[in-house]
Write a protein that binds this ligand. Structure first.
Ligand SMILES: Cc1cc2nc3c(=O)[nH]c(=O)nc-3n(C[C@H](O)[C@H](O)[C@H](O)COP(=O)(O)OP(=O)(O)OC[C@H]3O[C@@H](n4cnc5c(N)ncnc54)[C@H](O)[C@@H]3O)c2cc1C
Length: 388
């Protein structure tokens, strides 16, 4: 890694750490209790350039490689200690890429800059009540009538679903069946006929998650992204960035658990000695560090490979996609292990609301399911490696 990239990574991660420590971590418990965080956090993150990271300059962003972004996402998770904040604050990172890549120039200019300024919220809606893993089976329809699409159906478990101003929705157009009949349509949040129901969850409590109901929602045809029938490919391509982000978050949350457990083990006394002086306790901490180190090394390697492939114009290279799938599983398993061990080391305190470990213990399951469940990641990895 060259010296300039190293310096940029350190500077960005430091900015993120200060933001997360001062403006996220102290408020997370209150935001979780309230079921949402203030909209002002979007504008604050935008001022620091975090919302625009990885987007084209002409749309108000700052282009960034995977290697530059990785330590920033890890720091946000490690020091912010809230998956709920990350999920909603950065839901545009799953909702906007199809707009940036496939919308007309006029639509990109209308939609993207206000989101990157933190004034509007973007979300992605693929999952339906009938199923999420089998994307090719989705049933929400969009029928072209003159210069509008008319959308009918339901989406569920949608992050930022209650507040989103723009929703990138996977729909079935025309007579197409299976993967070939799927298209991506950008739906304005204020479209008549769109209704939202808030969902209550095990974790990510301050993230607004919703079911969206589309009842003859009329959407101008100019909001179709790309062409009809191209949606499945867009959805699959979009998953790469999301899964690397989830792996980076899982790594940061694992580190947050280790930070908290290590501090507690040094301070707490039992049987006349600090917990860390008991061999069984410090061995748990070493086991956590061991898994964190392997996850970090793999995440760095996958990021560097992604940058090299992009530079060579090889997007979605199968061997890289397989690595991402396995990395996501490894990182979330590391997070699960670290959360479990940290709660154990904290003892009764680890069961109390307000500790990072307690929150992360509840949040890990969604990391193992969202963005592609563990079983689906294994299937995809096997296929991308050419084993089937
Ligand atoms: C808090 C939260 C936020 C979310 N945010 C969003 C969002 O913003 N946008 C969005 O579109 N979706 C979102 N999701 C949905 C998420 O992506 C889906 O939950 C996920 O893809 C799994 O789909 P499902 O829940 O329908 O499970 P199903 O597809 O019904 O699967 C259930 C179980 O069966 C397993 N399974 C399914 N098929 C196979 C198979 N062939 N072989 C082996 N095992 C299999 C799965 O791995 C899983 O364990 C969110 C979910 C949660 C919980």
């Amino acid at each position: 890694m060259d010296a300039e990239l190293q310096a940029d990574r350190a500077a960005l991660a430091d900015t993120v750490r200060r933001f997360a420590e001062s403006e996220i971590a102290p408020n997370v418990q209150a935001w979780d209790d309230a079921g949402e965080f203030p909209r002002g956090l979007y504008t604050r993150a935008a001022e620091l350039g975090l919302l625009g990271l990885g987007y084209p300059e002409e749309l108000g962003g700052t282009p960034a490689s995977y290697s530059l972004k990785l330590p920033a996402w890890v720091a946000l998770a490690r020091h912010g200690r809230s998956g709920g904040v990350l999920a909603s604050l950065f839901s545009h990172n799953i909702g906007l890429p199809p707009v940036v890549l496939h919308a007309s120039d006029a639509v990109r200019r209308e939609v993207v800059p206000p989101v990157l300024r933190g004034e509007k919220i973007a979300a992605l809606a693929i999952t339906e009540p009938g199923g999420g893993s089998d994307v090719a089976a989705l049933r929400t329809t969009a029928r072209l009538e003159g210069d509008h699409y008319v959308v009918n159906g339901e989406k569920t478990f949608i992050t930022s679903g209650m507040r989103a101003d723009w929703i990138t929705v996977a729909v079935r157009t025309g007579e197409g069946r299976g993967a070939g009949g799927i298209s991506m349509l950008l739906v304005p949040g204020d479209a008549p006929g769109l209704a939202r129901t808030r969902l209550s969850k095990m974790g990510w409590l301050c993230s607004d998650t919703a079911t969206l109901h589309f009842d003859n929602v009329r959407v101008p045809a100019r909001y179709l992204l790309g062409h009809e029938g191209e949606g499945f490919r867009m959805v699959m391509g979009n998953f790469n960035g999301e899964r690397i982000g989830l792996a980076a978050g899982a790594l940061g949350f694992s580190q947050a658990c280790l930070d908290e457990a290590l501090a507690w083990a040094r301070e707490r006394k039992a049987f006349g000695a600090a917990l860390i002086e008991h061999q069984a306790v410090r061995h748990k901490l070493v086991d956590m560090q061991m898994r964190i180190a392997s996850t970090e090394a793999w995440a760095e390697a996958v990021s560097a490979e992604g940058d090299a492939l992009e530079a060579a114009g090889r997007h979605n290279a199968p061997e890289w996609v397989a690595q991402i799938c396995m990395l996501k599983n490894h990182a979330t398993q590391t997070m699960q292990f670290c959360a479990d061990q940290a709660v154990q080391i904290l003892g009764g305190m680890g069961f109390m609301r307000g500790t990072a470990s307690e929150r992360i213990y509840r949040e890990v399951k969604v990391m193992m399911i969202g963005g592609g469940a563990e079983e689906i990641m294994k299937e995809l990895a096997a296929r991308q490696m050419g084993w089937l």
